[in-house]
Design a protein around this ligand. Structure first.
Ligand code: GLU
Length: 300
């Protein structure tokens, strides 16, 4: 039998330009970078700029500048998600053509009484069989087959979407492509083989896998890294006052990120250059050290 060539590893970091990179995003970026480099893979940078109302002016250049200062080296050009509009629209059209997606005119207010689950409102299917013409969102049909995957850090995850989320929005009422659809189309176009990202997206993954199935795409592997919290347990994020990462003495902050990822860098590494820190980290990287961890307190 001919031996099959292994598929080359392709990873990515896909920040939304909603603010500067904070320590939690540095940890996520570092984990995906290390996993790609330790697998001799490519690491792509994609700016997820398709939600203008949430974007902050200048955030894209701040993020790119910070990544450069911290010594990240991405392969190829940066992909701007907004440049993929045609591909996103084509995927949407193919789902509508096959009657796998439908228009929905339900407003937030009209869904106020709907049941809620861990994933938010469970859409009751009001517009499944049609609705009046006019401004509408588009939802993908779901069913109750079990969507399961084994996350490389968090273990087995499964959901039955019809019961747990209901048909979900893939194009918003304001005309913007929803995150779930855009991310799945872009990962397919870019040939991403493993998604390493924050645990806040773990619950979203079954919906993304469902979209991959309906669009006939490959499903990458997934590894969701623990959330970084303040000592009081609050997630480090813009809303809890996490500042942007410093752009001076970056070695020290990078080393803190490695420690958060359960590596044990030698003390003397703090006096080395950023590229030396990365060399050490790639050599010593072990995703398995994070196994089963859901949160890590930032102590430094
Ligand atoms: N753009 C998303 C964020 O910044 C991440 C998307 C992903 O990694 O799938 O939260």
């Amino acid at each position: 039998m001919p031996t099959r060539e292994p598929i080359p590893y392709v990873g990515r970091f896909a920040p939304s330009p909603t603010g500067p990179l904070h320590f939690g995003s540095l940890v996520a970026a570092s984990a995906s970078y290390l996993q790609a480099r330790a697998n001799n893979g490519q690491w792509l940078l994609r700016i997820e700029d398709i939600d203008p109302p949430r974007e902050q002016p200048g955030a894209t250049s701040e993020i790119v500048h910070a990544l450069e200062r911290y010594g990240f080296e991405w392969d190829g050009d940066i992909r701007f998600q907004s440049s993929g509009h045609e591909a996103h629209s084509a995927a949407l059209a193919s789902l509508i053509d096959k009657n796998l997606a439908y228009r929905c005119r339900c407003s937030r207010a009209s869904l106020a009484e709907a049941r809620r689950g861990e994933l938010g409102i469970i859409y009751p299917g009001t517009c499944r069989d049609g609705c009046e013409a006019g401004e509408s969102a588009i939802r993908i049909r779901t069913n109750n087959s079990e969507i399961a995957f084994v996350d490389a850090i968090q273990g087995r995850v499964s959901q039955c979407l019809e019961t747990e989320s209901g048909d979900f929005v893939i194009r918003r009422r304001d005309g913007l492509i929803a995150y779930h659809l855009a991310v799945v189309v872009d990962d397919e176009i870019q040939g991403v083989t493993e998604v390493v990202r924050g645990i806040d997206l773990l619950d979203s993954t079954p919906r993304q896998i469902w979209l991959q199935h309906t669009l006939d795409y490959r499903t990458p592997s997934y590894a969701h890294i623990p959330v970084i919290t303040h000592p009081n347990g609050d997630k480090l994020s813009k809303s809890t006052g996490a500042p942007g990462i410093p752009l001076h003495n970056v070695e020290a902050t990078l080393i803190d990120a490695l420690i958060a990822l359960r590596l044990s860098p030698p003390k003397k590494l703090a006096r080395d250059s950023v590229s030396k820190v990365w060399l050490w980290a790639v050599e010593n990287w072990q995703l398995g050290k994070l196994s089963g961890q859901k949160s890590i307190v930032k102590t430094a």
